[in-house]
Design a protein around this ligand. Structure first.
Ligand code: NAP
Ligand code: ZN
Ligand code: ZN
Length: 349
């Protein structure tokens, strides 16, 4: 099945039109016409080979929303016409201890949505900057009917990546929670932490995001470049979620945690970060990482967002503007997630 897409041919040239083949619909497969795809900073890290290990051509995109157009004979959850979502994974081994625990993201044999060995078709997987995709129904998510489809796309990665660690670390009513970086992940973190009842403090390097942070639900906003503002919050947080995509000082944030507080790193800067170990030792503080979330938890997050009417604040773009959007991401100029309108990919004729 020939599919229109946008691909990077190497780490330095712009993404450009590309045709790829999707597999035929198997008994357990769902074929989805992609309507919208969010633009994650991980797409940019991968396309520009900032994490190494990118196979070209690379078709990124793992915040996919579309409509089911065909289903295999054994598919139970979906029928043609249903809205459907696909996130960062399209398969896993299903039998290891992590799969058994509904944590497929930690399976040793996860098939990620793009730039991953494709065990079904050979080659590598191609993501959602495309007009269709074929995915096993076990990795396809149901979309709550009340949510706007374009603004729901970012929940498939930014939503689950911020929801999962807050859930794991029991973020709850009355706790003081920090969100570092107000980009795609960060703005979802603010909305979700607020919905969980936390007192939310946003740390930003962008003075022009302060009003938005308050509108999105933050109780306080700190200019992270101002040491006096930072010092007012020493030893006071239960939990801090760090979404920053580039080099920064994490010790400054560890020192803001109270006793037994946890800082979870979800941003993945390409270069190693250094830290002052004293900031962990005093206060018995801990530093963790977290990777997206399992499929069961992703569905839980979507249902939670349906109940609380939570979607992303998006800037809808035609796919022809993707390279410009990447340049803006690097400059932290995003309010707060770019989403590609896949109608723009249809051939002109
Ligand atoms: P994004 O929309 O570009 O947001 C990142 C934000 O970080 C920026 O808007 C900016 O916020 C802040 N920032 C950027 N450069 C900075 C610097 N040099 N110093 C301090 N702050 C800086 O990116 P995203 O899509 O949210 O992704 C963020 C990171 O998470 C990326 O590294 C991505 O690969 C990673 N990620 C991880 C997972 C996971 O499962 N762990 C999933 C998805 C993405 P302010 O303007 O407010 O300062
Ligand atoms: Zn992502
Ligand atoms: Zn497994």
């Amino acid at each position: 099945m020939t599919t229109n897409a946008y691909a990077a041919q190497n780490a330095t040239t712009p993404l450009a039109p590309f045709n790829l083949q999707r597999r035929e619909v198997g008994p357990k497969d769902v074929q989805i016409e992609i309507l919208y795809c969010g633009v994650c900073h991980s797409d940019l890290h991968t396309v520009r080979s900032e994490w190494q290990g990118t196979t070209y051509p690379c078709v990124p995109g793992h915040e996919i929303i579309g409509r089911v157009v065909a289903v295999g004979a054994d598919v139970k959850k979906f029928k043609a016409g249903d809205p459907a979502g696909v996130g960062c994974m399209v398969d896993s081994c299903r039998t290891c201890v992590n799969c058994e625990a509904d944590l497929e993201q930690f399976c040793n044999d996860t098939t990620f949505t793009y730039n991953s060995a494709d065990k079904k078709s050979g080659g590598i997987t191609y993501g959602g900057y495309a007009d269709s995709i074929v995915v096993d129904e076990a990795f396809v998510l149901k979309i709550p009917p009340n949510l706007d489809l374009a603004a729901t796309a970012p929940l498939l990665c930014a939503g689950i990546t911020t929801y999962s660690p807050m859930h794991h670390h029991n973020v709850s009513k009355g706790q003081k929670v920090g969100i570092v970086g107000l980009g795609g992940l960060g703005h979802m973190g603010v909305k979700l932490a607020k919905a969980l009842g936390a007192h939310v403090v946003v740390f930003t390097t962008s003075a022009n995001k302060v009003e938005d942070a308050l509108r999105l639900g933050a109780d306080e906003v700190v200019n992270s470049k101002n040491a006096d503002e930072m010092n007012k919050h020493l030893n006071s947080f239960h939990f801090i979620l760090d979404t920053v995509s580039a080099q920064h000082d994490i010790t400054a944030y560890l020192l803001l945690l109270g006793r037994d507080g946890n800082l979870t790193q979800v941003g993945v800067p390409p270069e190693p970060l250094s830290l002052n170990v004293g900031s962990l030792v005093f206060g018995r503080r801990s530093l963790s990482g977290s990777l997206i979330g399992g499929i069961k938890e992703t569905q839980e997050m979507l249902d939670f967002c349906g109940e609380h009417n939570i979607t992303a604040d998006i800037e809808l773009i035609p796919i022809q503007n993707i390279n410009e959007a990447y340049d803006r991401l690097v400059k932290s100029d995003v309010k707060y997630r770019f989403v590609i309108d896949m109608a723009s990919l249809k051939p002109a004729s």
